[in-house]
Design a protein around this ligand. Structure first.
Ligand SMILES: C[S@@+](CC[C@H](N)C(=O)[O-])C[C@H]1O[C@@H](n2cnc3c(N)ncnc32)[C@H](O)[C@@H]1O
Length: 198
């Protein structure tokens, strides 16, 4: 879902908020973004990112809601699988508008809010225990509202479910049958916003 959209960042000054290990930044380098800054508040994530990325990518350890980046430093912003971890969206949207030039495009992807109604939990296994990740639920309308208040227009929205490539993951977990039950449900979304002219 993300790759065709990332290609729109070719030639742009890009900020990836909550960049993690730099999965999307590697793609942004490949497609020819003019400059790339990755922001994450986890030192461990940034260390892993710095091992895989070229030195021209700047990595900044910071909360994405209050970065040390200069105002109007970018024309493309990515926030991929970040928002569920934020307690409220207003501070995020205000920081995005601060660092954005007029007409900046913002691409947000996340787990679809509808997954809550399926009763799914976000967990991972560590040794013998299953650990639940704390997330902060929001609706797409909450996101639209926070971005609109900050000065962004919605310009793109797409929902997606699991693709056939995820069938292997279900099979490895011993539940290939479950894939066929859930494959038509929305599981992810991508939303694009554009900053109004100054
Ligand atoms: C699920 S990972 C997604 C990483 C990457 N964007 C991707 O799509 O692969 C979420 C990342 O957001 C970071 N994060 C969560 N809250 C943050 C915050 N308030 N400020 C900066 N980074 C944050 C975490 O450290 C983690 O690296």
């Amino acid at each position: 879902m993300l790759s065709p959209l990332l290609s729109l960042a070719a030639g742009c000054d890009v900020v990836d908020l909550g960049c993690g290990t730099g999965r999307s930044i590697a793609e942004l380098v490949r497609i020819g973004a003019r400059s790339i800054v990755g922001v994450d508040f986890s030192k461990e994530m940034l260390e892993r990112a710095s091992r895989r990325l070229p030195t021209r990518v700047r990595l900044v350890e910071s909360d994405c809601r209050k970065t040390p980046l200069p105002a109007q430093c970018c024309d493309w912003v990515l926030a991929s699988f970040l928002l569920s971890y934020l307690d409220g969206l207003t501070a995020f949207a205000q920081e995005v508008v601060r660092i954005s030039r007029p007409r900046t495009f913002v691409l947000i992807t996340d787990v679809h809010p509808a997954t809550r109604s399926y009763g799914w939990r976000r967990t991972f296994r560590s040794a013998e225990s299953v650990i639940e990740i704390q997330t902060h639920p929001y609706e797409i309308s909450d996101l639209d509202c926070a971005m609109h208040r900050a000065g962004f227009d919605p310009v793109y929205f797409k929902e997606a479910g699991f693709g056939t490539e995820e069938l292997e993951i279900f099979s490895q977990a011993g539940r290939p049958d479950l894939y066929w039950t859930v494959k038509d449900l929305p599981v992810f979304f991508a939303a694009g916003y554009q900053k109004e002219r100054a």
